[in-house]
Design a protein around this ligand. Sequence first.
Ligand code: ZN
Ligand code: ZN
Length: 358
Amino acid sequence: MNHVQAIRARLDEHQLDAILLTHQANRFYATGFMSSGTDGAALITPRKAFYFTDSRYTEAAGKRLSGVFDMGTVTAKRNYETLFNEVIASEQLRRVGFEDASMTVAGYRKYKERLNCELVPASDILKELRQVKDADEIRALTDAQRIAEKALLEILNDIRPGAAEREIAAKLQYLMLHYGAEDKSFDPIVVSGANGSLPHGVPTERAIQDGEFVTMDFGCVCHGYCSDMTRTVAVGHVTDEMRRIYDTVLSAQLTGIETARAGVTGKDVDAAARDVITKAGYGEYFAHSFGHGVGVEIHEYPNASSLNEKPLPAGAVISAEPGIYIPGKLGVRIEDVIVITETGRENLMKAPKELLIL
Ligand code: ZN
Ligand code: ZN
């Protein structure tokens, strides 16, 4: 899977002769070849596509990219700037887009000084393209979700009084890799009892106790695409208040999901879910946004937040993850990932959501 054609199609409207892609996620999106950090760069022109990397990656990159990309190897004597300048000269490139949102200041200074072209900020091109997923991307995202769900199903056997948050988090990572994930999409969050009020809490040695909630937020990478899911389960028994809070979060999530469709703004989706929590009296305990885009990166555009007044496009993939967090007491979050369609949405998540008391 590569997105050379889609990127190329955007060059004209931005009056660009080429776009230089150095950011890891954008490079992968453009080429379909994953390499870490700064180990590679792609240059896409209206007629050609180039991929430059060093000898550690040339064989693997060549297998993946040959036929579509002209390959070049960076050496001690021929650095990235030299290779770029050769293409700039041979293809007569004048205006070259670069990734202003992710390039370091040092990187920009270096390229501005040494490249024989005008560098034009162009991060928005990839940002916008990546918001709309194609069928291959949806398949990759779905595969990543299935693996996370398998891990969830199995980890439920380990959640019992005495088990440590950190132990559950470690095993979740193992299970996702075991079931075929390439990586985790972020460090799993496993928080129990009063720790649950920390939306992005770090798992501790704390032992899970009877009568508590355990919130697990985790995901993995499959075919280069991320999954993201949160389930909150109870251990032993729940109080009426715990049940009320859980039901409120679930109802808010379902309402947000029902509201989401192409043309509705991220702000409206967030507001619909938030309204349910506010009406139940817990408004002050839901401080974060309803959801974020998910794709090559775990957090990308578009967001389902009060700040996003743009309509969600068909093909956007967003998380749906309201929560209630009462400091010093407990927290509940439920998260699925949905695809926005012209007529509604499709939930990529199949795992059940009714309150589970283990
Ligand atoms: Zn999550
Ligand atoms: Zn999320």
